[in-house]
Design a protein around this ligand. Structure first.
Ligand SMILES: [Zn+2]
Length: 94
C-alpha cells in the first residue's frame, strides 16, 4: 500500500511505501521495470540496541547473538536487475 504525502517546504510529493520483511512487487525507480524485490538483511537499530546492553551486562560473546538472528535485522528491498535500493523495512524506529 502506497501513500502520497505532500512536502510543503520543498514543494515535492513524497511516496511513502508500506514495506514488509518479505519480497514485494515494486516499480524500480532506476530501471523502470516492475520487479519482485530482492531482500537483503542489514543490521539496524534493533541489532545495536540489543547487542550493546548484552555486551555491557553479560559476557561480551553474548553481544554477537543479535547479529546472527535474522528477525533482528532490517530488510533492504533491492531491484534484482540493477541492485538499486528501493525501500527498507525497519524492525523498530519506523
Ligand atoms: Zn532496477
Amino acid at each position: 500500500m502506497a501513500q502520497t504525502e505532500a512536502n510543503p517546504q520543498s514543494g515535492t510529493t513524497v511516496m511513502a511505501i508500506e514495506t514488509s520483511p518479505y519480497p514485494m512487487n515494486m516499480m524500480c525507480t532506476h530501471c523502470g521495470t516492475q520487479v519482485v524485490t530482492h531482500t537483503v538483511p542489514t543490521p539496524g537499530v534493533l541489532v545495536w540496541s540489543l547487542s550493546v546492553p548484552l555486551c555491557y551486562f553479560w559476557f561480551c560473546c553474548c553481544c554477537l547473538i543479535p547479529w546472527f538472528v535474522y528477525e533482528c535485522h532490517d530488510i533492504e528491498h533491492r531491484c534484482p536487475q540493477c541492485r538499486t535500493h528501493l525501500a527498507t523495512y525497519r524492525r523498530c524506529c519506523r
